[in-house]
Design a protein around this ligand. Sequence first.
Ligand code: BDR
Ligand code: CA
Length: 312
Amino acid sequence: MRKIIIDTDPGQDDAVAILLALASPELEVLGITAVAGNVPLDLTARNARIVTELAGRPEVPVFAGCDRPLSRKLVTAEHVHGRTGLDGPVLPDPTVPLQDTHAVDFLIETLRAEPEGSVTLCALGPLTNIAAAFARAPDIAPRIAEIVLMGGAYFEVGNITPAAEFNIYVDPEAAQAVFRAGVPLTVLPLDVTHKALVTTARNDAFRALGTPVGRAVAEMTDFFERFDKEKYGSNGAPLHDPCVTAYLLAPELFSGRHINVEIETVSDLTRGMTVADWWGVTDRPANATFIGDLDADGFFALLTERLGRLRG
Ligand code: BDR
Ligand code: CA
């Protein structure tokens, strides 16, 4: 069983990523660390607990982390995710309390306590918590098995500005620290997540599970898809963050290249751009596996089957 920590800013697609992890016996979720991103921290920490309860896994601890980027004002995405971040289904308020420990302390303590190379970080939001942990405890980076994150773009360029993807844009300094940390890194950019589209048939399959989880995921998608349909004319909602969990479970569904990726932190125009050397035109050393393609039918078969296991 692979030990993971999910760092997240739920977000409907974060919620589905968490549900997929909690449904999968191959993964042991040591904790969920919330960060400010799609909505402010109080809401992301609340939403993470709503999701653990929806999954019937209230024992999975949720920690609140950084309430703003390392050195910038928080930018949020209510225009995509709604006022709560989890608009769509009507879900009960969480009853499990937040942990007292700060998410950054939890990351540091856990990575020091667990055997070296045994914990994978799954990052689904701005990278503030992880970068803050690296800054405070540089000894933890070499102890991490791998970081698998949703963020950035290459051919697809940007979704929050013409040049940048939301997670990297919100805290580019944090992203730069993570991309330069020397930790094995796998990146699921927009190029691949825009291929994980919930078509009507795929959403019907979630609903047809006939469970509270299936209904909630279908209703989250009903809400979440309107942004991409109206804005980009896309054929359904892109399930960005579940690509991270699916990559851990079935890497054979994905393909990419091990390349150099740098983060733009200086220019206002291209802030948060992932400058990905896909064609190897520089001699900068490779620091990330940048995923470019996925088997979408295989991805949705896996996701639907796993969500069907959650009867909570
Ligand atoms: C990313 O930004 C957020 O809106 C989503 O949850 C995802 O993590 C996509 O750009
Ligand atoms: Ca997210």
